[in-house]
Ligand binder design. Structure first.
Ligand code: ADP
Ligand code: MG
Length: 618
């Protein structure tokens, strides 16, 4: 049988996967040379006498090498125990030695046929001896190096599978694998991932190479593009000019200026057609208007959403719309872009995929997401789709974030009045629409009257509100205070919004809090974020107050989730790795990515070199 087949039969899809399938423990079957009660021993024993004690067997025995008596107790004995442990039998026994008064004792020891040295134990669906055989024959230094590991890591993994006494002593002292072994496991696991994904990644020919100039557009802007925007635009330019269809995810914090990157991409596509899809009609209209404002005059633009259409799709170079686009007969487009792609449902995404997969050649495809992911996660995902991170924001955000309790209401009220007096707006986010007993916080509905009594210009909306978009549009014009649930996450721009108050902040994920906080100070206004909570000691909230960097917050979010700091009692760790920790192992994953790329130079030639950025941050 080929070794690939053997692996497959055992449920492993690669040799590295088998290699990082670490033992869950070891049985030391070497003959014990000293007696240390409390530990597991392997001992030569002669049985003197066996007695049946109703439900258990008790044997008087003798330790041949130590000249000492030993008592053996066998609970729940099987019939064969009586013959194996019969008087006069000489056995090699493995088990925990205990002192019971003056006597040495072993309970339910295991009988070994012979001493096998140190035997690793695996949680395998194969029989232990078969699993060990598989490891012995396949996890060899030559094979590991053949898979792309270096000698150093190969050696570490080999010792883990076939330890000597010295290694085992360290393992026992650490209570697990030492840091070097752990690092080798992580590296091998990440390398395995990159190698497997490289095989999965499909490549399609693009319907057209796009290389329009963005210069006339850039010249029209009243500001210069940020470093972060420019770098990503360059990455996209390279993609679009290629004969292979681009598949890139652009991740940028709220307010990082993704719209300009989208518009620049539409310029590059010109005179070919680009389609841009947004999750709500309000956003679609906003994008449409920005496109009309900034794109050069020869670029014709159309808008398509559930209830409005402007311009002619067939003539347009850029069609902006909502998912309504997916149900229309779209003219062919050479570039497809999706803004806030994470807001689309699975059905819509599936429909979009179908749209993208027509014919053998594919349009270039760019997704934009405002949900920052940890850098390490971005690297992991870059194995399947190219990932660009927009670093930085055009405006230095000046937001003061504070944790406040119920006792702070008066100060908060003063603050709100001050802001409103300066024509600024305040957003108050509630965790629930309707009241819920024992929740610990007032709901949106319960609080409405409270606000209306104290302030003018109070607007209310929430996720299921049919009037949501109209309320938001009206609030943007003349509102002072907006009460809502987390719905506002969707990015309508409110340039006068200076303060967000988040009720029951400890109930929300850091990513959500970050999105909410990102609504304020979008145009450089001094911003404030108040986290109203019954748990002012929360370490998670304290960490959130200290940073506004979305990628760092994503990392913190992951870290706190892994450590089980729970949201509404649910653990939601998106863990797909056994050893790699996406919140901590950036450097190791970067190294694995380089190792994988070194072996197949074409597989990862594109994509962010996250390592550089990481180095700068260290
Ligand atoms: P997001 O990434 O959240 O979609 P937007 O594209 O809406 O962010 O940009 C946020 C704000 O920043 C907008 O008002 C936009 O006009 C402005 N902006 C974008 N790029 C720049 C820049 N390079 N310099 C100054 N302002 C910019
Ligand atoms: Mg946006």
């Amino acid at each position: 049988m080929q070794w690939q087949e053997k692996l497959k039969k055992a449920g492993f899809s690669s040799l590295l996967e088998l290699a990082v399938y670490a033992p869950v423990g070891y049985a030391d079957t070497r003959l014990s040379t000293t007696l240390r009660p409390g530990r597991v021993h392997t001992l030569n024993v002669t049985i003197r006498h066996l007695a049946d004690r109703g439900g258990r067997l008790a044997a008087q025995a003798f330790l041949d090498d130590f000249n000492q008596p030993l008592e053996i107790t066998l609970f729940h004995p099987k019939p064969w125990h009586r013959s194996v442990f019969r008087g006069g039998a000489r056995l090699l026994l493995h088990g925990k030695l205990e002192r019971f008064g003056h006597k040495l004792q072993m309970v339910n020891p295991q009988k070994l046929a012979k001493s096998d040295g140190i035997v690793p134990r695996y949680r395998s669906k194969l029989r232990q001896d078969l699993h060990r055989k598989l490891v012995a024959s396949l996890v060899t230094e030559a094979n590991l190096i053949g898979e792309g590991l270096r000698e150093e890591e190969a050696q570490l993994l080999l010792r883990m599978h076939r330890p000597d006494g010295e290694w085992l002593a360290l393992y026992e002292r650490h209570g697990g694998f030492g840091p070097k072994t752990l690092r080798a496991l992580k590296l091998a696991e990440a390398l395995d991932w990159f190698k497997r994904m490289a095989k999965k990644r499909t490549v399609h020919e693009a319907t057209a190479r796009l290389s329009g100039s963005i210069e006339p557009f850039v010249k029209r802007l009243p500001f210069s593009l940020t470093e972060g925007q420019r770098k990503v635009i360059e990455e996209i330019a390279e993609d679009l000019a290629d004969s292979t269809a681009a598949r890139r995810m652009v991740v940028g914090d709220v307010g990082s200026g993704k719209t300009m990157v989208i518009l620049a991409s539409a310029m590059m596509a010109y005179p070919h057609r680009a389609v841009l899809m947004a999750p709500t009609s309000i956003l679609a209209r906003q994008l449409y208007e920005e496109a009309r404002k900034w794109l050069t005059d020869e670029v014709k633009i159309a808008l398509v959403s559930q209830n409005e259409t402007e311009g002619e799709m067939k003539e347009a170079h850029l069609i902006v719309g909502t998912h309504a686009l997916l149900y229309k007969a779209l003219p062919p487009a050479e570039l497809v872009m999706v803004d806030e792609q994470h807001r689309f449902g699975t059905e819509q995404r599936a429909k979009l995929q179908a749209l993208l997969s027509k014919g053998k050649k594919r349009p270039h495809y760019l997704q934009f997401s405002a949900t920052p992911i940890p850098r390490t996660q971005a690297m992991i995902e870059s194995a399947l789709v190219d990932v660009s991170l927009i670093e930085g924001t055009p405006y230095k955000k000046d937001i003061t974030t504070r944790v406040v309790g119920r006792g702070d209401w008066e100060a908060l009220e003063r603050h709100i009045k001050q802001e409103i007096a300066q024509e600024r707006q305040v957003l108050v986010v509630y965790p629930l629409v309707e009241s819920s007993e024992g929740y610990g916080y007032k709901s949106l509905e319960e609080s409405e009257a409270f606000w209306r009594k104290r302030f003018k210009g109070v607007y209310v909306t929430h996720g299921k509100d049919r009037e949501k978009e109209r309320v938001l549009a009206e609030f943007a014009q003349k509102g002072k205070i907006l009460l809502t649930t987390t719905v506002i996450e969707v990015g309508i721009s409110l340039p006068r919004l200076s303060t967000v108050i988040i009720v029951g902040a400890e109930r929300m994920g850091l990513a959500t809090l970050h999105q909410l906080r990102g609504r304020v100070s979008r145009t450089g206004l001094k911003g404030y974020c108040f986290l109203l909570t019954n748990q002012p000691q929360s370490e998670r909230l304290a960490a959130f107050c200290r940073t506004t960097n979305g990628f760092e917050i994503a990392r913190l979010d992951l870290k706190f989730r892994q450590s089980g700091d729970l949201l509404d009692g649910k653990v939601q760790s998106g863990q797909t790795f056994k050893w790699v920790d996406l919140a901590e192992d950036e450097e190791i994953v970067a190294e694995a990515k380089r190792m994988a790329a070194g072996r197949s130079p074409r597989a990862h030639s594109k994509g962010p070199d996250c390592q550089n950025k990481a180095d700068q941050n260290r």
